[in-house]
Design a protein around this ligand. Structure first.
Ligand code: C2E
Ligand code: MG
Ligand code: MG
Ligand code: MG
Length: 288
């Protein structure tokens, strides 16, 4: 009996594993063609300057519209793209698209905003990264100071010596650098001084914990003090309530990004949001 049962259990798991890998294989082959089939799209999430109340930047976030599955979230497809090496070409496309959209907003008459594009660890290891970024900027004509690259703390810490070298080369083109999801990795606050960063992005888990957790509040104070001491800007992500926004503003955080202000939206919607925000800011009712 026991033997038979064991075999069935094994079969059950084997079938489950096969089902999973078939699904995985289908996703992989679909992702290989996603770029050429035009299934990728860049969305943008505005960032608010907490002192001036102006929209001063946007984060570019990739979306994949699978013809059958619909919208596949980045947490699902970015790791696959990373594993297959597709992220290098997808990331280059993301940069091109983001630069093009930023220029289109400028032509539309909107004030210039900083455009931040995420880099995956694999892109960060690519030998052609600096040349790629340069080439995309040259081809688009976007001012390099209007571009920022977001790199996660863990990607940076995987090989800190390489990271410092690469970050310097990127900074030398005039492009800004942000450390993303800060606080989730293994680096201590003091590591920050070794990297030529312009921005620290506080991970949204700390923002989420603000109301219940005194440690999260203390951590934010610590990050803000240290980052400002190193002449870096502090951006908090994942702001979902007015209370979180107020806490961050009163504790010296420079910029905020989150659903409370605006979810990531298409380039057209982002343009409309920025135009609307600008109009409301100067509306008589606001000034009165
Ligand atoms: P990330 O760079 O930390 O991006 C912020 C994520 O937080 C985005 O998720 C955004 O939609 C989400 N978010 C923003 N505000 C809120 C909020 O108020 N509440 C909550 N719960 N979430 C909020 P998204 O778009 O699903 O992207 C997830 C991750 O995928 C990104 O995290 C980034 O690491 C990666 N990713 C996205 N686009 C790209 C890309 O073009 N290239 C690379 N390499 N990675 C990307
Ligand atoms: Mg990011
Ligand atoms: Mg982040
Ligand atoms: Mg994050």
């Amino acid at each position: 009996h026991a033997k038979g049962k064991g075999r069935n259990t094994y079969r059950f798991y084997a079938a489950k594993m096969n089902a999973r890998s078939t699904e995985q294989l289908m996703l992989e082959s679909a992702l290989r063609r996603a770029l050429e089939r035009g299934e990728l799209e860049m969305h943008y999430q505005p960032k608010l300057n907490l002192q001036t109340q102006r929209i001063v930047g946007v984060e570019a976030l990739m979306r994949w519209h699978h013809p059958v599955l619909g919208m596949v979230p980045p947490v699902q497809f970015i790791p696959i793209a990373e594993e297959l090496g597709l992220i290098v070409s997808m990331g280059r496309w993301a940069l091109e698209q983001a630069c093009a959209d930023a220029l289109a907003w400028q032509k539309h008459g909107l004030p210039q905003v900083l455009i931040s594009v995420n880099l995956s660890p694999r892109q960060f290891e690519s030998r052609t990264l600096v040349a790629d970024v340069k080439a995309v900027l040259d081809a688009s004509g976007l001012d390099p100071s209007l571009l920022e690259l977001e790199i996660t703390e863990s990607a940076m810490m995987a090989n800190p010596e390489h990271a410092v070298e690469l970050l310097r080369a990127i900074r030398d083109i005039g492009v800004g650098l942000a450390i993303d999801d800060f606080g989730t990795g293994y680096s201590s606050l003091s590591h920050l001084k070794h990297f030529p960063l312009s921005t620290v992005k506080i991970d949204r888990s700390f923002v989420n914990d603000l109301s219940q957790d005194a440690d999260a509040r203390a951590l934010i104070d610590g990050i803000v003090t240290l980052a400002h001491g190193l002449r870096m800007k502090v951006v908090a992500e994942g702001i979902e309530t007015a209370a979180q926004l107020e806490f961050l503003r009163s504790h010296g955080c420079d910029e905020a990004q989150g659903y409370w202000l605006c979810k990531p939206v298409s380039a057209g919607e982002a343009r409309d949001f920025m135009a609307r925000h600008l109009r409301n800011q100067f509306a008589p009712s606001v000034l009165a």
